[in-house]
Design a protein around this ligand. Structure first.
Ligand SMILES: *Cc1c(COP(=O)(O)O)cnc(C)c1O
Length: 402
């Protein structure tokens, strides 16, 4: 393997984002390939016994085993870190593997976590159901309420954990306030940045310590593979996350890493266009539904804060219909172009009913607590022509009397 300029931080850091996106993190093999190579290998062979001993002793850089390092995975990690503006990144098998790793690697029995009650269903399950089994108590709060964060702090609070915008209620967390509060109390802030991505929002610029991703979503961007990522300081990644990850093995597979690596080349282009499309579609839908939740619209209760933290409204919005599940399901069933699908981040427009899909597992009380009603629908706006999406939504809204 040859180090290219793409691997040299002293050079790549000064590149503009578009250059980082296509060249950051690149290693080149002796074949001289232009597209990053896919190393489908679990192990590595060595010229002699002294070499392998030196690598295991940490005295010589190089690969030893793909649970510890893999060249394709390493290229992806370097590129994500560069794009995020983080010192380091490690990738995992899925977004949930990333969230689990980011939390478990730093929490121990007796610790306390404060987390947003409005969150992706499995993120909430981690805090409500998994961590307590290991002696970590959690407090779920309304994360859009600054005072609630301060009120929830205990002497043993170690971590703040939230999404902004939140899935699917689109609540915005005041990151500057919450991260400063955390710092003042020695608390580590972990932000799930799946919805905005680094293309629209950089939580570390607001003081976040750790940014975690479902790379399944916008990073792949075409609905192909599962992957996750955790970004942080060298100290956090090397001394806190890696001892956990190397010994528990939630790693990203090289093939999936390669697919996501190619996805990153177009992430900014896709997100900017999908976000423009979402804005146009949201402006159309706004006049036809009782409630729409989209950070890019003035009607969003936290529009000003959202626009201070994000460079655009994002690719996703939710609507709330008065007619409950039957009207929401009726609208889904009337769609002709937009797919009924619970995924997001795809270049295809996808719509889902969170209460019976992504947030089914949270249960009726959990859904009521976080504001996910039976009339809510979430739309991931894709790369199709927005006028085709508007026509499809127009006829589907008519079909349910709107
Ligand atoms: C999808 C999602 C996850 C989980 O990611 P997977 O790759 O499906 O495991 C976590 N957080 C948010 C906000 C998500 O949208």
């Amino acid at each position: 393997m040859k180090r290219t300029t793409g691997q040299d931080r002293s050079i790549t850091q000064s590149w503009r984002p578009a250059t980082k996106a296509v060249r950051g993190g690149t290693w080149r093999s002796e074949m001289g390939e232009t597209s990053e190579a896919l190393f489908l290998t679990s192990g590595y062979a060595y010229d002699d016994a002294a070499t392998v001993a030196a690598r295991f002793a940490g005295e010589q850089p190089g690969m030893t085993y793909s649970r510890l390092q893999n060249p394709t995975v390493a290229m992806l990690e370097e590129r994500i870190a560069l794009m995020e503006g983080a010192q380091a990144c490690r990738t995992q098998a899925s977004g949930m593997a990333a969230m689990t790793t980011a939390l478990l690697c730093q929490l121990s029995a007796g610790d306390h976590i404060v987390a947003a009650k409005a969150a992706f269903g499995s993120c909430r399950w981690l805090v409500e159901s998994l961590l307590p089994r290991f002696g970590v108590e959690g407090t779920l709060i309304d994360a859009t309420d600054n005072a609630a964060w301060e009120a929830a702090i205990r002497p043993n609070t170690k971590v703040f954990f939230f999404e902004s915008p939140a899935n699917p209620t689109m609540g915005i967390v005041d990151m500057g306030y919450v991260c400063a509060l955390a710092k003042a109390h020695g608390i580590t802030t972990v932000v799930d940045n799946a919805f905005a991505t680094y293309a629209l929002q950089r939580p570390m610029e607001f003081g976040a310590d750790v940014v975690a991703y479902s790379a399944t979503k916008m990073m792949d961007g075409q609905g192909r593979v599962l992957a996750g990522a955790v970004c942080g300081s060298h100290d956090f990644i090397d001394n806190v996350l890696l001892p956990f990850q190397r010994n528990t093995g939630p790693n990203c597979a090289p093939f999936n890493a390669w697919v996501v690596l190619k996805g990153l080349e177009t992430l900014d282009l896709r997100i900017q266009r999908q976000s423009q499309n979402a804005q146009k579609v949201a402006e159309f839908v706004e006049a036809r539904v009782p409630t729409i939740l989209y950070p890019g619209l003035k009607s969003h209760p936290q529009h000003d804060l959202a626009m201070r933290q994000m460079s655009a409204g994002g690719t996703i919005f939710s609507i709330v219909l008065d007619g409950g599940r039957s009207q929401a399901h009726g609208l889904l069933d009337a769609l002709k172009l937009i797919d009924i699908s619970n995924n997001i981040g795809d270049s295809r427009s996808l719509m889902c009913h969170p209460a019976t899909t992504t947030h089914h597992g949270v249960g009726p009380e959990g859904r009521a607590d976080m504001g996910v009603g039976e009339g809510m629908l979430r739309l991931n706006v894709g790369l199709e022509d927005p006028d085709d999406l508007i026509e499809d939504l127009d006829q589907a809204l008519r079909a349910v009397g709107l």
